[in-house]
Design a protein around this ligand. Sequence first.
Ligand SMILES: *Cc1c(COP(=O)(O)O)cnc(C)c1O
Length: 360
Amino acid sequence: MKNTYFTPGPAELYPTFQQHIQTAFDKQLGSISHRSQAFRDIYKFTDEQLRTLLNIPKTHAIFFTGSASEVWERLLFNCVEHESFHLVNGSFSQKFYDYAGSLRKFAHKLEKPFGEGFDAADIEVPEYAELVCMTHNETSSGVQMRVADMHKLKKKYPKKLFCVDMVSSAPYPDLDYTLIDSAFFSVQKAFGMPAGLGVWIANQACLEKATRLQQYENLTIGAHHTLPTLWKHYKDFETPATPNVLYIYALGKIAEDFNKIGVGTIRKQTEEKAKMVYKFLEDSDLYSPFVKEERHRSQTVIVADTKKPSAEIIAEAKTAGMVIGSGYGAQKNSQIRIANFPATSAEQVQNLINYLSNSR
Ligand SMILES: *Cc1c(COP(=O)(O)O)cnc(C)c1O
């Protein structure tokens, strides 16, 4: 029997992934040159499908990296001369902040306790911060930041660059790219692919900043995948280094599958499934939603406090073919995390709810 993975990344594979990889093998895409027209056509197709899916305008380019955490480093190298500012409320947003320190930037953070979220009204961005780093979905705690708050914040600080880590939620957040300068994700979460590809969306303002920083003699913007280099190659739908052609192809095909369903429908289905899970958690005497404020509750990674040790629940569910995530870090044994990505259907979510309600 096959398991259903409700883990928040790596996660359940999107049902069409295997077919797309088979087609890629049939087309021998593992052997084509990344300087060939065949590759440029693949890059262009994936770029078009992602633009349609996420409503990305021409002002922004789309690049491929090895992972999303690679993009943390690229953004800090390319878009920060001295200071970055981070909204931190869990392990992933904290790591983004830590990267800034490792790169010897002056990193500031506004921190909220684990399980709490940010509203635009709470946030004061320090005067000299150049890049504001926000995490749409904090995967460790199941907290999301509403896109309306992200947009509001940018309007309050229009001169600063704003970037969004949407790793464990894209394509769910409907970002307004006239306000968001950069956003990024990796494919092993809501896109339902195995790990191994990051996607970085960035605009002209980011490129201009990187180009300017590169001219400072004592400042490095890194050697690998600098924004000016990525952008130069992007103009021809090429990449500086040899890319993950197979996954760029599969991502384009999965984005096309999403577009056929329609991103509006995918977002609505996500909300409906999340509602089912939250309602179950609220009605249960064995589980409760960890995030108290409804407006901060993630639609894509749902975290629950458990009455009995979560390791027992996880082991039991596994025997029924359902793999759920453990709590993150210190919460490992007192919480479970349930991914709600497009790869799992409402029926599969209902099966999980039925199983959890019937087991004691
Ligand atoms: C998983 C995750 C990352 C890291 O992604 P990698 O592809 O493993 O580098 C970053 N941010 C968030 C919010 C994540 O969930």
